[in-house]
Design a protein around this ligand. Structure first.
Ligand SMILES: Cc1cc2nc3c(=O)[nH]c(=O)nc-3n(C[C@H](O)[C@H](O)[C@H](O)COP(=O)(O)OP(=O)(O)OC[C@H]3O[C@@H](n4cnc5c(N)ncnc54)[C@H](O)[C@@H]3O)c2cc1C
Length: 457
C-alpha cells in the first residue's frame, strides 16, 4: 500500500484501525466456508458513517478497490476480495449505533455492524421482535443481511429481509452519504433506493445504517419434528400444515445424512424409533385449532413434539447444525471443504428436483457425502457436498443445471457473490442483467466497489 494511502486511512480511523500485518488480515480474506480466499493490502475499521465516506474517497482517489465486509458469514465468497490487485477491506463491524425502539411506528434504527442476534435481543427487550432469523445470528451483521437480502427460517411467516427494511443510510462509491431513515409508512417519492440496495451485495454502496420494521412477538409456539421417507410425503405434510387452522412459523427439512453428521458433532441422538430419509420440522404459533392438519401424523411414533424452550432448542439443533456439520465432515475428506449451494425451485417441482439431485450427485466419483436441508416452505433447499476439491466446479455445474432445468433460481437467499457469477444469466434474462450492469456502471463507473462480486468480467 502506498505510504500516502496508509497515512490517509490512519488519519481517518486511527492507525489501530488500519490492519496491515498479514496475520491480522488473514481472518478477513478467508470466508466462512474456507473455500474462498482473497488478498488485501489493508483492513480498515471505521466507527462512523463520516469515516466510511472519507475512506471511500481516499481509496477511490488512490484507485484502490474496496471490499465491504460485515460478519463474514456469507456462503458465496462475496465477503472477501474476489479479484487480484490492490484491495482494501472495509469492515463495518464498528458501526454499532443502536437507537431505542420507536414504539409508535414499531421501527428501529441500527448501525450496519450490529449483529442480527443483538437486534433481536434489543427488539425483544422493548416488547417487539425482528422477523429475520438464521443460524449465524450472532456473527452476521444487519448490514450484511440487508446487503444479501437474507432469508432464513422465518420467511414463511415474515418474508425476506427486504420486507423489513423501512429506510437506509449508505455511502455511495463517490463518497457521498445518502440518508433516508425516516421510515415513513407511506412514501411514494421516487425510486425505492433502500429496496435497490437490499440484495445488492455491496456492489452499489456501503450500507452504514438501516431502519428496520419490527413486529409484535409471537406468543408461545409448538414444534413437531416428523420422520418421513421421501420429499413427496414431506410436501404433502407441508400442504396440510399450510391449509390447517394454525399459524405456520417455520417449515424446515433435513435429510438422514445431515442428521447423522449433526449427531457426529453434538450429543444429539437419532430423533425417532425408526430410520427415515427426511425430517420435517414444523413450528406453529399456539392458539389455532389445528383443524385440517393430517392428525394421523401426530399419532405416529416418528414424531417428536417440542413444547418448552429447551426441547425446542434441541429440535432446532438438528437443523441449525447442518452447515457446520457438513463443513466439519468435508475437512476429513480429500477436498477439505464443503461445496455449499443454495437453490430454490417452484414448490410443485421441489420433490422431483431433490430426488434427481440425490441420484445424480451420489454417482459423482469424488463425492464422500451429499445432503440436502433447508427452508422447505419457501421451496429453498441447501445442497451440501463433501469430497470434491475446492476448485472442482463441475459438481456445482451439475447441481445448478438440474435446478435450471426445473425453472429454479441458482441462489435463493445467499446471493451470487463470486461463486455464481457465471450462473447469473441462467436465472435472470439478458435484459435484466443489462439493466443491473447499467446501474452498477452509473454508480460505480470505475468498478472499485466489490469488483468480481455479482458480475463476472
Ligand atoms: C451457519 C450459517 C447459517 C446461515 N443461514 C442462512 C440462512 O438461513 N439464510 C440466509 O439468507 N443466509 C444464511 N447464511 C449466510 C449469511 O449468514 C448471510 O448471507 C448473512 O446475511 C451475511 O451477513 P454478514 O454480515 O456475515 O455479511 P458478509 O458475509 O460479511 O458479507 C456478505 C455480502 O454482503 C456485503 N456486505 C456486508 N456488509 C455490507 C454493508 N454494510 N454494506 C454493503 N455491503 C455489505 C459483502 O460485501 C458481501 O457481498 C448462513 C451462514 C452461516 C455461516
Amino acid at each position: 500500500m502506498s505510504a500516502e494511502l496508509a497515512a490517509a486511512l490512519a488519519r481517518v480511523v486511527g492507525s489501530e484501525n488500519v490492519l496491515v500485518d498479514p496475520e491480522l488480515i488473514e481472518p478477513y480474506v478467508v470466508d466462512w466456508t474456507r473455500r474462498w480466499r482473497g488478498s488485501a493490502i489493508a483492513v480498515v475499521r471505521p466507527g462512523t458513517t463520516a469515516e466510511v465516506a472519507e475512506i471511500v474517497c481516499a481509496c477511490t482517489e488512490a484507485g484502490v478497490a474496496i471490499q465491504v465486509q460485515g460478519g463474514n458469514t456469507g456462503l458465496v465468497g462475496g465477503s472477501i476480495p474476489a479479484v487480484d490487485g490492490d484491495t482494501v477491506v472495509v469492515s463495518t463491524r464498528r458501526l454499532q449505533r443502536i437507537d431505542p425502539v420507536d414504539s409508535v411506528s414499531g421501527q428501529l434504527t441500527v448501525g450496519a455492524g450490529v449483529t442480527l442476534g443483538e437486534v433481536q435481543r434489543h427488539a425483544r427487550s422493548a416488547g417487539w421482535d425482528y422477523g429475520v432469523d438464521l443460524a449465524a445470528r450472532d456473527s452476521a451483521t444487519i448490514g450484511g443481511t440487508v446487503a444479501t437480502n437474507a432469508g432464513g427460517i422465518r420467511v414463511i411467516a415474515f418474508g425476506m429481509t427486504r420486507t423489513q427494511v423501512a429506510g437506509i443510510e449508505v455511502v455511495l462509491p463517490n463518497g457521498e452519504i445518502v440518508e433516508h431513515l425516516a421510515g415513513l409508512a407511506k412514501d411514494n417519492t421516487g425510486y425505492d433506493l433502500a429496496g435497490l440496495l437490499t440484495g445488492s451485495e455491496g456492489t452499489l454502496g456501503i450500507i452504514t445504517a438501516v431502519r428496520l420494521r419490527l413486529h409484535r412477538p409471537t406468543p408461545d409456539t409448538s414444534i413437531a419434528f416428523i420422520g418421513v421417507d421421501d420429499y413427496a410425503a414431506a410436501m404433502r405434510l407441508l400442504s396440510s400444515a399450510v391449509a390447517a387452522d394454525f399459524r405456520l412459523l417455520a417449515a424446515e427439512v433435513v435429510d438422514d445424512t445431515g442428521i447423522d453428521l449433526a449427531m457426529a458433532i453434538s450429543d444429539l441422538p437419532w430423533p425417532w424409533p425408526n430410520r427415515h430419509r427426511l425430517g420435517l420440522l414444523l413450528e406453529v404459533a399456539d392458539g389455532g385449532t389445528g383443524e385440517g392438519f393430517d392428525a394421523a401424523v401426530l399419532d405416529s411414533l416418528d414424531v417428536v413434539i417440542g413444547i418448552d424452550r429447551l426441547d425446542q432448542e434441541r429440535l432446532w439443533a438438528y437443523r441449525e447444525l447442518q452447515s457446520e456439520a457438513f463443513t466439519t465432515h468435508a475437512a476429513t475428506t480429500p477436498g477439505g471443504v464443503a461445496h455449499k449451494m443454495d437453490i430454490s425451485v417452484p414448490l410443485a417441482h421441489l420433490a422431483d428436483c431433490a430426488e434427481e439431485l440425490r441420484t445424480r450427485m451420489l454417482d459423482y466419483p469424488a463425492v464422500a457425502a451429499f445432503g440436502v436441508f433447508g427452508h422447505l416452505g419457501d421451496g429453498n433447499i441447501h445442497v451440501e457436498i463433501s469430497g470434491p476439491a475446492p476448485d472442482d466446479d463441475e459438481i456445482d455445474r451439475r447441481v445448478l443445471s438440474v435446478v435450471s432445468g426445473y425453472g429454479g433460481a441458482v441462489s435463493a437467499e445467499h446471493g451470487i457473490g463470486r461463486a455464481k457469477t457465471q450462473w447469473l444469466s441462467t436465472s435472470r434474462s439478458d435484459s435484466e442483467v443489462a439493466a443491473m450492469r447499467a446501474i452498477k456502471r452509473a454508480w460505480d463507473p470505475r468498478d472499485l466497489l466489490n469488483p468480481g462480486v455479482l458480475f463476472s468480467g
